[in-house]
Design a protein around this ligand. Structure first.
Ligand code: HEC
Length: 123
């Protein structure tokens, strides 16, 4: 048991916790864009509209007013982290695939790119 735990303990010390706290770093929509292209685009599409109703992988339309982006960052982060079994399909969970920072960046990108009345706060 100790033999199993030791490398893990060493890694936590050496690499920090897997989801480090980055609340003091501003999210980066540019980094978020590349995460989006790599992981999200195939379902949510270039323009964020999801797919026309042709298959099971139909995804939410980010551009719709009163749509997903009317939720808070916390709620969006939660969906991205844990996934979601929706009426129109399944959103895979990204916990363990994307770091917390990457998730925040991609939310910043969604807001910048698709928010119906976009008001991006930069500091
Ligand atoms: C396999 C296809 C697929 C991939 C890949 C995917 N999604 Fe989704 N996503 C969905 C589906 C389907 C829904 C709608 C679920 C529903 O019916 O509510 C959704 C919904 C969402 C929502 C809206 C949730 C809400 O509150 O209504 C957000 C935000 C989102 N996805 C973000 C992302 C991000 C960010 C990525 C990339 C890291 C991503 N998705 C990758 C299929 C996908």
């Amino acid at each position: 048991m100790v033999r199993l735990l030791l490398p893990f303990a060493l890694c936590v010390v050496a690499c920090g916790p897997p989801e480090s706290v980055v609340e003091d770093v501003a999210p980066d929509p540019v980094a978020g864009a590349s995460t989006y292209q790599q992981h999200c685009l195939r379902c949510h599409q270039e323009n964020g509209t999801g797919q026309p109703a042709t298959g099971p992988a139909l995804a939410a339309d980010f551009n719709a007013s009163g749509g997903p982006l009317s939720r808070t960052d916390e709620e969006l982060m939660r969906t991205i982290r844990l996934g979601r079994m929706g009426e129109i399909g399944a959103m895979p969970p990204w916990r363990g695939v994307l770091s917390t920072k990457q998730q925040r960046d991609v939310v910043a990108y969604l807001r910048q790119e698709f928010e119906p009345s976009s008001s991006v706060l930069t500091d």
